[in-house]
Design a protein around this ligand. Structure first.
Ligand code: NDP
Length: 351
């Protein structure tokens, strides 16, 4: 069957497109501009007509996805602004929310064959500030971020603006779905909520400063040391969830396939991390190093943090429904595999 993937040139989406193609799906991707086309066409050259791209220049325009949804059997809506630099909160909230509602509107109008819409939300839509450790689950919503943005506007932090955009976009999707499902629609909705996504990259990134926020932060902390883990979210102060991008892509594919996923939001997390314990200590233990061009990887402050993570993500629903397992039968990639492959990737790029 044919799957539409929005924002097909992004970090997560390129892995998703690749995984879908490997499983025999036909994929149509959307990108914002013509200059994104060549790289992707080259990357997926072997799939010929099984991979095509359409340009959706402005996803918040009325009817933006009308053409793109025609003839597809399911949709993976991955596109959303991912940056921590918004000034006016609407810069990030509007495309996140309207991008989501526009695609659902187009599905109602022209998506006769669509049976499922999978939306990439985030643990950003779930997490909330706490002073003692908690387990986050799908019952939680990051209402505090929305409130903070309402109250503080431009002066709210850019991270909070991003989180509010993910809450509001996901809520808009559920509201739209609940409203329309009463009158009988042919499709159902599934939402995937990943925490920090790490891992090797296969999208078009000319240099490390163009890495997205998650791998960019990992690179600057674990490889160059230009960020201090104490001050980053995954730092020694707290600990938060992570998942390897390849497993996240797999979860998105399974979200299409599993009947029981209908109507569910699911946290897809491989566990929690602190930069010190997991990544610094881990990458410094590799022998031989997967990234010999950086012989002195930052060490952080060994011994300075423990495994009392502030946030633990309950990912049992994704284990039950999507079969994403931890522990004995490892389905999620381990930190070791993720870190090794990411460093080898940086090495190959001479970063
Ligand atoms: P990327 O920045 O690599 O990809 C984002 C994609 O969305 C790009 O294709 C981008 O297009 C597109 N996009 C951004 N803004 C707009 C806009 N205004 N109009 C149209 N398209 C737009 O991010 P990721 O791959 O990391 O993120 C993908 C999804 O996963 C997002 O929904 C994100 O919120 C979610 N997520 C990511 C996490 C992470 O740690 N990376 C964690 C949790 C959730 P262009 O390249 O043209 O800008």
């Amino acid at each position: 069957s044919k799957i539409l993937v929005t924002g097909a040139n992004g970090f997560v989406a390129v892995w998703l497109v690749r995984t879908l193609l490997e499983r025999g799906y036909i994929v149509r991707g959307t990108v914002r501009s013509e200059d994104k086309v060549k790289f992707l066409k080259d990357l997926f050259r072997d799939y010929g007509a099984k991979f095509d791209l359409v340009i959706v220049g402005d996803m918040i325009a009325d009817g933006a996805f009308d053409e793109a949804v025609k003839g597809v059997d399911a949709i993976e809506h991955v596109a959303s602004p991912v940056h921590f630099s918004a000034d006016d909160p609407q810069e990030i909230i509007e495309p996140a929310v309207k991008g989501t509602t526009e695609i659902l509107k187009s599905v109602i109008k022209y998506g006769q064959d669509v049976k499922r819409v999978v939306i990439t939300s985030s643990v950003a839509a779930i997490i909330r500030p706490v002073s003692s450790p908690i387990v986050l689950s799908e019952r939680d919503w990051n209402e505090p971020a929305v409130k903070e943005v309402e109250e503080q506007g431009c002066s709210a932090s850019a991270v909070i603006k991003y989180r509010a955009s993910k809450v509001l976009a996901e809520k808009a999707a559920w509201n739209f779905y609940n409203q329309h499902s009463k009158s009988g629609i042919s499709w159902d909705l599934v939402v995937i909520n990943p925490p920090y996504v790490f891992g090797p990259i296969i999208h078009d990134v000319p240099n490390p400063s163009a890495l997205g926020v998650s791998v960019g932060q990992w690179y600057e902390t674990v490889v160059t040391g230009s960020q201090d883990p104490e001050t980053t979210l995954g730092g020694s102060k707290g600990g938060i969830g992570w998942v390897d991008v390849r497993d996240l892509a797999e979860a998105h594919v399974r979200a299409l396939q599993r009947e029981e996923a209908a109507g569910e939001r699911m946290i897809v997390s491989a566990g929690s991390f602190r930069y010190q314990l997991e990544w610094h200590d881990l990458v410094n233990s590799f022998d031989p190093s997967p990234i010999p061009s950086h012989p002195n990887l930052p060490k952080g402050n060994p011994g300075s943090s423990d495994k009392n993570y502030l946030y633990w993500c309950d990912s049992s629903k994704a284990s039950r429904i999507l079969g994403m397992l931890m522990g004995e039968r490892i389905r999620y990639r381990s930190m070791e595999e993720c870190a090794r492959d990411t460093l080898a990737d940086f090495e190959a790029r001479k970063w």
